[in-house]
Design a protein around this ligand. Structure first.
Ligand code: MG
Length: 376
């Protein structure tokens, strides 16, 4: 198997690496290769509230946006690199720009081989870049066929379930305010994993009685503490717990699961489809994200694989625009627990796509992703 460096050497020799210098300058780098033009751009998404989890705290997120133009049709894609997996926006853009010639030269109708080759050329650790390419090619295909992507996957948009709205870690006062702002959502997801967990849940409960799902983002490192916290959460109307302990603490998580009643979902611990059988020993389900799987096609495979293992499926997203979130939403009729609110947390969404009505995901019916491009 060729790694990215080898491919670049080979590509340079063949002359298709000419896109590279452009990638090193300028925010936008169109690269003509074969029949498609591939353009990448980093967009800064401004957060409505400073977003805090056990991982990070920030006022904005940069995501990579990709346009795939061929036959007068443009497909749009987006990837939100996950810092936890050492992926970063600038590197994701460089990785795509370096193979833009290869991407442009391939036949999108033979997408299975095409996308597998792109994945190989991007190399390990470029899942968000892969997602941007995959989503843009899926959008292009749907537009070319004249059908929305949910239809391409054979799904009924009426089956799109209710999504959660996430409440990040904050002071009790801000937590109460955020909970009030989320009144349209029948189920909330609350971020915990710090010393202030009880305070956070009590702040939410002082405003609402609706069901809660909780994400500890690997925050608890003592298995007895994790059991104690989850048993307490069980008295607070919490329906599931996501990644209670660090991903590598497999035996401890198995222990925790044996002592609690609510489903335990793997998020940070699930990064490859091949892990799913082993994860079943410690978890009840997995959280699928396009930025972990590398796009819609592989996310679909994860979902089907987890289903074949009789596991629960959650469908999550990173903080990203309506491009990536709408792509995930097209697969939502297949899952138990959608958690697709990343676009609702930003103030300058460049697209309009999936909508949420009383928490229910409303899929756009236009071809491909069905996005409307707003002025950026
Ligand atoms: Mg999570």
């Amino acid at each position: 198997m060729m790694n990215r460096r080898d491919w670049l050497k080979a590509a340079g020799a063949a002359g298709v690496g000419a896109a590279m210098p452009a990638a090193l300058h300028g925010a936008e780098s169109p690269s003509m290769g074969g029949n498609a033009v591939v353009k990448t751009e980093l967009k800064r998404l401004l957060l409505r509230h400073t977003w805090t989890t056990t991982m990070s705290s920030s006022a904005y997120r940069d995501t990579i946006h990709l346009q795939y133009e061929r036959d007068g049709i443009t497909g749009f894609g987006e990837g939100a690199p996950i810092v936890r997996f050492k992926e970063y926006p600038e590197q994701a853009k460089q990785a795509i720009d370096a193979i833009a010639g290869q991407i442009g030269a391939r036949d999108p109708k033979k997408f299975d081989k095409f996308l597998a080759d792109v994945r190989r050329s991007l190399g390990d650790g470029q899942h968000a870049a892969m997602a941007a390419v995959d989503i843009a090619v899926c959008d292009w295909l749907g537009k070319k066929l004249g059908i929305p992507l949910y239809q391409y996957f054979g799904l009924d948009p009426a089956d799109a379930p209710v999504t959660t709205f996430s409440i990040g870690i904050d002071t009790p006062e801000i937590t109460r305010q955020k909970t009030r702002e989320a009144e349209d959502f029948p189920v909330l997801k609350v971020k915990v994993g710090l010393q202030s967990d009880e305070e956070t849940i009590e702040a939410v409960r002082s405003v609402t009685k609706k069901p809660l799902r909780v994400d500890a983002n690997e925050g608890w490192t003592d298995k007895e503490e994790a059991v104690r916290k989850i048993n307490w959460l069980e008295t607070q109307g919490v329906e599931l717990i996501e990644q209670p302990m660090p991903a590598h603490m497999f035996e401890e998580i198995k222990y925790v699961r044996s002592k609690v009643h609510m489903p335990v979902i793997a998020d940070e611990a699930c990064t490859e489809a091949s892990m799913i059988p082993r994860l079943k020993e410690a978890y009840d389900g997995i959280n699928v994200k396009l930025d972990k799987s590398g796009g819609m096609m592989e996310a679909y495979r994860w979902i089907k694989f987890a289903r074949a293992m009789n596991m629960k499926v959650m469908l999550g997203c990173m903080i990203s625009s309506s491009c990536s979130v709408t792509a995930a939403a097209h697969l939502s009729p297949l899952v138990d627990y959608p958690d697709l609110d990343g676009n609702l947390l930003i103030a300058n969404d460049p697209y309009e796509g999936v909508k949420v009505r009383k928490g229910k995901l409303i899929l756009p019916s236009g071809p491909g992703l069905g996005l409307k491009i707003l002025a950026s």
